[in-house]
Design a protein around this ligand. Structure first.
Ligand SMILES: [Zn+2]
Ligand SMILES: [Zn+2]
Length: 92
């Protein structure tokens, strides 16, 4: 099991306070080997702390995509439709 290298030395496992062996891929807190869980993300398995391992990671990614991609795209579509409607009214 590959765990990401610890970037901030001196931090402790966020779950049990022990020696950290890696960083959670989701919340980026340090976690020791005992407190790391492997969850299935949209891009394959990711190592994360057990706190995040109990959450629904795929649902969170979905929510993030909806918030960051779908809603702006809908806003753009509505804006373009409004512009098209205005243009249509003006040229009529
Ligand atoms: Zn731990
Ligand atoms: Zn985490």
């Amino acid at each position: 099991m590959d765990v990401l290298a610890v970037s901030d030395e001196g931090s402790r496992c966020a779950v049990c306070g022990g020696h950290p062996d890696g960083l959670c891929a989701i919340c980026h807190r340090a976690a020791c080997a005992d407190c790391v869980a492997i969850v299935r993300g949209p891009l394959g398995p990711v190592a994360c702390c057990v706190d995040c391992g109990t959450r629904d990671v795929e649902a969170e990614y979905r929510d993030r995509i909806v918030r960051d991609v779908v809603i702006p795209a809908l806003g753009l579509a509505v804006g373009l439709a409004a512009l098209a409607a205005i243009g249509w009214i003006l040229v009529r």
